[in-house]
Design a protein around this ligand. Structure first.
Ligand code: URA
Length: 241
């Protein structure tokens, strides 16, 4: 038995919050009866109708995409920019788990599984994400140490789990820096370097938890295996510790 708003959100129809609004508005019937109570629980077999239309339970789908530049992590864009879901051949209402910036490339998970998405995005899940940043200028050893010790952004310290200068080009005056962080604030890697007065020229995510790109070409994707999905769900257990 599950809460009604959870069943609706899991179907991919809308978010849990939107489902709560629909329930309160009296737009939802279960087995023919209007349900306005948010705590009500039903089985997955119940017939759920929203505004008179029967809800179809969508199969869960899970993808790992190597996001190219100039794609936006959103379901639509008022500026008409390309969106990441355009790259995946499915009719399911998938969406990205978290965001990569328009000009950031690399590993992105997309799914229509709201429960998994919530687990992964919850700060307590502590999913490690590894990025390679090509930065303008060379990091001094003091700056590198500051980065390793952590940098305060908007009053909250962001302390990378791991930092390494992968390549230094003194002629072109840039560093390639690998940074592993758990948190998911918007533009966090760019902001870390901005605090050190270095612009990020290119940014790629190469790892998300235990998942890596493994040679997947830019713009290509693959379906996650059942065992990978189970492993991603296990971040929930970590979060309860
Ligand atoms: N940090 C950023 O600055 N940008 C991203 O896209 C992801 C992490």
């Amino acid at each position: 038995m599950e809460r009604l708003q959870k069943l609706i959100a899991e179907s991919g129809y809308c978010s849990r919050r939107k489902a709560e609004e629909l329930i309160i508005n009296g737009d939802v019937r279960v087995d023919g009866v209007i349900i306005k109570e948010l705590g009500a629980k039903f089985s997955k077999e119940a017939k759920i109708e929203i505004k008179g239309k029967t809800l179809k339970l969508e199969q869960k789908e899970y993808y790992l995409l190597n996001k190219p530049r100039e794609y936006i992590c959103s379901l639509s864009d008022e500026k008409g920019r390309k969106i990441v879901t355009d790259l995946i051949a499915t009719k399911a209402r998938i969406y990205p788990v978290g965001r990569l910036d328009y000009d950031t490339t690399g590993l992105l998970i997309l799914t229509n599984d709201g429960e998994l998405s919530n687990i992964l995005m919850h700060p307590s899940s502590k999913v490690e994400k590894t990025y390679i940043a090509k930065i303008e200028g060379i990091l001094s050893s003091e700056e590198l140490n500051n980065l390793k010790r952590g940098i305060i952004i908007d009053g909250i310290k962001c302390r990378p789990n791991h930092v390494k200068v992968r390549k230094r080009d003194k002629v072109k005056n840039n560093d390639l820096v690998e940074v592993t962080i758990e948190e998911g604030r918007n533009h966090i890697v760019k902001r870390l370097f901005k605090e050190l007065n270095h612009e990020v020229e290119k940014l790629t995510r190469i790892r998300y938890g235990f998942l890596e790109l493994d040679g997947l070409k830019s713009g290509d994707y693959r379906i996650l295996t059942n065992s990978e999905v189970r492993k991603l769900y296990s971040y929930k257990k970590i979060s309860k510790k």
